[in-house]
Design a protein around this ligand. Structure first.
Ligand code: CDP
Ligand code: MG
Length: 149
């Protein structure tokens, strides 16, 4: 089953939005298979955002992500990478759909509340950066039969 890496960024934790955001993934039907509150160090943040190295927002984004704890999660489900990106909304909360997470909870691109993998390949890379295999739970969840045929 497809998996995606989701991170609730330091602003989400500091602003007390963790429960509400997790609730949206649960309500949608995504399955939580990994989760931890953690500090991201500079080396990990630079690996995570390696594709953006050299861009003007790279250093500020590394500073933002390492500034305070984050909630790192792995969610599972059919097409979950795309579904999670839809739930999150556009990168800039100022223009994100107001029903999305970034559209509901953010004001500015530099504090956009949440990260989600942009492809299955990115998800595999990011999950491996943040989680050991044994930290992910493989289990059957009640009601799964009502989400897909
Ligand atoms: O996170 P997403 O994949 O939607 O966007 P990205 O283009 O891959 O950028 C990664 C992250 O860098 C964003 O989520 C923002 O936290 C930050 N960023 C920024 O602060 N200013 C920008 N102009 C672009 C990105
Ligand atoms: Mg991205």
């Amino acid at each position: 089953m497809e998996k995606t890496f989701i991170m609730l960024k330091p602003d989400a934790v500091q602003r007390g939005l963790v429960g509400q955001i997790i609730g949206r993934f649960e309500a949608k039907g995504c399955k939580l298979v990994g989760m931890k509150l953690m500090n991201v160090d500079k080396a990990l943040a630079e690996h995570h955002y390696a594709e953006h190295k050299g861009k003007g927002f790279f250093e500020p984004t590394v500073a933002y992500i390492t500034s305070s704890p984050v909630v790192a999660m792995v969610w599972e489900g059919k097409n979950v990478v795309t579904i999670a990106r839809e739930l999150m909304g556009a990168t800039n909360p100022a223009s994100a759909n107001p029903g999305s997470i970034r559209g509901s909870f953010g004001m500015d691109i530099s504090r956009n509340v949440i990260h989600g993998s942009d492809s299955v390949a990115s998800a595999e890379r990011e999950i491996a950066l943040y989680f050991k295999q044994e930290e992910l739970c493989d289990y059957r969840k009640a009601g799964e039969e009502w989400l897909n045929d």
